[in-house]
Design a protein around this ligand. Structure first.
Ligand code: MTE
Ligand code: MO
Length: 161
């Protein structure tokens, strides 16, 4: 399904977006982020800066939080918009091919420089796989990140996180 909507951007925005592969690929070169293995040696793919997507959606002045939803496995992360906006990368292809599910695709979110799991708002757990929806809001949205080592271990085995 080449024309499938991959990413919905809504909530406290002036311009609700329904993004397809071609919309992301059409963003100019300076907003593309090639080869994320430069920041994350174990992760692969190419993306666009979150800021490029936000520039099209235009968050309203009252938007304080950005929530990343993965409908596929019901995983959600909500972080302060001011903290995430310059740090986020929306990974959507690898050498021109859509990102596979095994790589967290079709869209994977990455923080450029994440903190260790559950040590900060922008932690490794916020690197949401199967990202399907970005929601802007005044207050913090849904966040299902593991809160401690025990929850974390549970999520990562046998086939989680
Ligand atoms: N959709 C989704 N994204 C997710 C998770 C998850 O369970 N579901 N786990 C998170 C957690 S807790 C971590 S630490 C990282 C792990 O990413 P990695 O498998 O690339 O190392 O993915 C994050 N993204
Ligand atoms: Mo994590």
């Amino acid at each position: 399904m080449p024309d499938e909507i991959l990413l919905l951007v809504d909530g406290a925005v002036e311009n609700r977006l329904e993004l397809r592969f071609a919309d992301l690929a059409a963003l100019p070169a300076w907003q593309q982020v090639p080869d994320v293995s430069r920041f994350h040696p174990k992760r692969q793919g190419d993306g666009v800066a979150l800021e490029a997507v936000l520039a099209q959606a235009r968050p309203r002045a009252e938007a304080n939080y950005l929530t990343l939803h993965a409908d596929r496995d019901d995983f959600h992360v909500s972080v302060p918009l001011a903290a995430v906006r310059a740090e986020g990368i929306v990974v959507y292809h690898r050498a021109g091919e859509p990102l596979g599910i095994d790589q967290g695709g079709p869209i994977r979110f990455l923080i450029r420089d994440p903190a260790a799991c559950h040590t900060d708002e922008l932690d490794d757990c916020a690197n949401v796989k199967y990202l399907s929806h970005i929601e802007l809001s005044v207050r913090r949205g849904r966040d299902t990140r593991p809160q401690n080592e025990e929850e974390h271990a549970k999520l990562h085995s046998p086939e989680g996180g």
